[in-house]
Design a protein around this ligand. Structure first.
Ligand code: ADP
Length: 521
């Protein structure tokens, strides 16, 4: 039957071959196994159920939560000559009746329905008169209460499967990676783990970078000055940060727009369009920006702050390089940024169990920022995709960019100052003591008498703070999680203070242009 599938791919879709993951999934479905495909958006999952639908005798019932997209999907299927239709709340009852009747006669190969349809006993009864050979559950994570998008009517799917007079083959698709969600899908839809395939997450044209312990604004400005002609997105965590960064870049003459939910619809629309038509090069935005934006030539996505988990990061970063050309995904990591997502989890009205789950996902994101291993490998591992190569040669950890600078002496000064200020103060105060500031708080506490007072006076405050941040990022200094982030020494600090271990800081190479192809000169 696989030859038939290949023929259908060429005949209807005009593609020469399946992607590797598609082939595995389709072969599995055609062999008659209930199958779960975990693929990122754009990974090509539609073909994974549409082609088997063409190979099987009866109709394939597709459950899809995206009512707004159903019509477009059906239109494109009809355009390539595949008989398909949809039933959802946008139709009059008479149209629904007509479509059911046609499905019963076998006039369609695919019938898309919204999950809410399953709430109607009458509708379930009518489905029984249709020859359904396969059920395809799109966005299958909606069935799990662990998912970000739980839809109670998805829970009616198992009932549907059991009630149909002939049990259909069950296939399900999602981009959600987490184990809890997968377990739910496997269990509720009766799909075994050996019939679960994770595929398509690797994006070889993307370079992954984590930048730590640097002044973020300086980095962004330098980056933009080098990549002035390229389109990019800079994500920041809050509206306030978006505004501040936007003003900073706008004042310096960059072609930049801003986007967040606090701006009115007209403004957002205008910015979005200017960006899509290349009138604006850079958008500074919160995560409100991006849904449904299909701009292929985004050369870089910079995250000014970390996201709450890897899924969110990869989805946002993945907006770079849709055209397949080299593009960069840069995370500017600062340990202080952990506080905001943590705060959101703390303040949420989730159950304790759910909070724990969200903390774990956040921790993975933190681990991504600290890991010394291949960043691509880390991501693919997270999503559960097999990745035989341990190293990709296309991320900051594999490329080992930059020279190592010995900063042991500076580290000792800082660590010792944290110790002498009794591990009770934040980065700003420690830096001010090292700088030799006459701030009232310093004088009040008698810190001007400390041996570490003013021992880094030749450095700028910003430089001292950057060094402290680096020591935090590399785990020599810990930040307490209380409201005021207090610096504390970790076990890793002791051998440095005793002179038994050296500290190296990787000096970043000069920023180079991301994209040099197709330039006139
Ligand atoms: P998803 O539903 O996973 O978001 P789609 O099924 O819409 O992704 O596919 C994403 C894009 O990839 C579409 O433009 C589709 O036509 C294209 N595509 C899918 N499979 C193939 C293939 N085997 N060869 C070439 N292009 C493909």
């Amino acid at each position: 039957m696989f030859e038939q599938a290949q023929q259908a791919l060429q005949e209807y879709y005009g593609y020469q071959s399946f992607r590797i993951g598609q082939e595995k999934i389709i072969k599995n479905i055609l062999s008659g196994y209930n199958t779960l495909g975990i693929m990122p958006t754009g990974g090509g999952k539609s073909i994974c159920f549409q082609i088997p639908a063409l190979c099987f005798p009866g109709i394939t019932l597709v459950i899809s939560p995206l009512i707004s997209l159903m019509k477009d999907q059906i239109d494109s299927l009809n355009t390539i000559g595949i008989p398909a239709t949809f039933i959802n709340s946008s139709l009059e009852w008479i149209e629904i009746e007509e479509r059911i009747e046609m499905a019963r006669r076998g006039d369609y190969k695919l019938l898309y329905i919204a999950p809410e349809r399953l709430e109607s006993e009458d509708f379930l009864w009518k489905l029984n008169e249709i020859d359904i050979s396969m059920l395809a559950v799109d966005e299958a994570h909606c069935i799990s209460s662990w998912g970000h998008d739980f839809r109670p009517s998805y829970r009616l799917i198992p009932k549907l499967i059991n009630n149909l007079s002939a049990r259909p083959l069950v296939t399900a698709f999602t981009a959600t990676a987490t184990q809890e969600v997968r377990d739910d899908i496997n269990e509720l839809l009766g799909i075994s783990t050996e019939n679960t395939f994770v595929t398509g997450f690797d994006r070889p044209n993307l370079t992954f970078k984590v930048i730590k312990g640097e002044n973020k604004r300086d980095f962004i400005e330098e980056y933009l000055s080098v990549n002035r002609d390229d389109a990019g997105i800079i994500y920041a965590a809050t509206r306030k940060e978006v505004e501040a960064l936007y003003n900073f870049l706008n004042d310096r003459g960059y072609s930049v727009g801003k986007y967040h939910a606090g701006l009115n619809y007209e403004e957002r629309k205008k910015t979005q369009e200017s960006f899509i038509y290349d009138e604006l090069k850079v958008i500074v935005a919160t995560n409100a920006f991006g849904m449904g934006i299909d701009k292929s030539n985004v050369r870089y996505v910079i995250h000014h702050n970390m996201t709450k988990n890897i899924e969110a990061y990869y989805q946002e970063a993945g907006r770079a390089g849709r055209d397949g050309e080299n593009s960069e995904c840069i995370l500017l990591f600062s340990p202080a940024d952990i506080r905001l997502p943590k705060f959101f989890i703390d303040q949420s009205n989730l159950s304790e169990e759910r909070k724990e789950y969200e903390y774990e996902k956040l921790q993975k994101m933190i681990d991504y920022s600290y890991t010394g291993k291949c960043l691509r490998h880390f991501i693919l591992d997270y999503f559960g995709e097999e990745n035989p190569k341990e190293s990709c040669d296309n991320c900051t950890n594999c490329n080992g960019e930059g020279d190592l600078e010995d900063i042991t002496e500076e580290a000792q000064k800082i660590l010792s100052c944290i110790y002498r200020t009794e591990q009770r103060f934040g980065i700003g105060l420690v830096a001010a003591v090292l700088k030799g500031s006459k701030r009232q708080k310093i004088l009040e506490n008698g810190f001007d008498k400390l041996s570490t007072y003013g021992i880094m006076s030749q450095y700028k405050m910003k430089e001292i703070k950057n060094l402290i941040n680096f020591l935090i990022a590399d785990g020599y200094v810990l930040l307490s999680n209380s409201k005021y982030s207090v610096t504390k020494l970790s076990n890793k600090a002791t051998p440095v203070l005793k002179g038994e271990k050296k500290v190296y800081h990787k000096v970043r190479k000069k920023i180079e242009k991301v994209f040099v192809k197709n330039k006139l000169f």
